[in-house]
Design a binder for this molecule. Structure first.
Ligand code: PNS
Length: 160
């Protein structure tokens, strides 16, 4: 049984994230999506429970996906859920340096390797940070996020 852990802050979960979950679902027997706190980012736009719910609704067409929401170390979580690998998406070379460092740290802490999946070019410009900014300033991001996330963003920014 191959278990892949896909950790991220997912604030919000977007189409690029969904692509990685779908592709990991095709490669591994179980995919655990973990919505975590990124300590280098400020207060999240959506709380942990809301992010977990949005991911659950967005991946409901995939039978072998579990969603967890927690604080703490990815390396510890990976061991707790019995992950064989950690999966991360890479959009561009600019993602690589930081992801490489995290992969090496997580390998050091847990012995678990990180596998990178290259995102499709149609998703390579999508970043949660930009979606938050565009949504806050009244832009429409609904074509870039799953429908349940678009609905939550509309609720949060009703005049948009
Ligand atoms: O979606 P993001 O913001 O790029 O995800 C980053 C995340 C949440 C995976 C990273 O910040 C993280 O691993 N946070 C949990 C705390 C941790 O394990 N830190 C050490 C990373 S080597």
């Amino acid at each position: 049984m191959t278990v892949a852990l896909f950790p991220g802050s997912f604030d919000p979960f977007h189409d690029g994230h969904l692509e990685i979950v779908e592709r990991a679902h095709g490669l591994f027997e179980t995919v655990v999506v973990a919505a975590l706190r990124n300590p280098s980012k400020g207060e999240p736009l959506f709380g942990a429970e809301a992010r977990r719910e949005m991911i659950c609704e967005s991946v409901s067409h995939l039978a072998r996906v579990r969603i967890v929401s927690m604080t703490g170390l990815v390396a510890r979580l990976a061991t707790e859920v019995g992950a064989d690998v950690i999966v991360k998406g890479l959009r561009a070379v600019s993602d690589f340096e930081h992801e490489m460092q995290m992969a090496q740290m997580n390998q050091h802490l847990s012995g678990i390797d990180t596998l990178f999946i290259a995102s499709g070019s149609e998703h390579s410009f999508i970043a949660s940070r930009l979606l938050r900014e565009v949504a806050r300033l009244g832009g429409d991001v609904s074509a870039l996020v799953p429908a349940p996330v678009a609905a939550r963003i509309k609720e949060r920014f009703p005049s948009r």
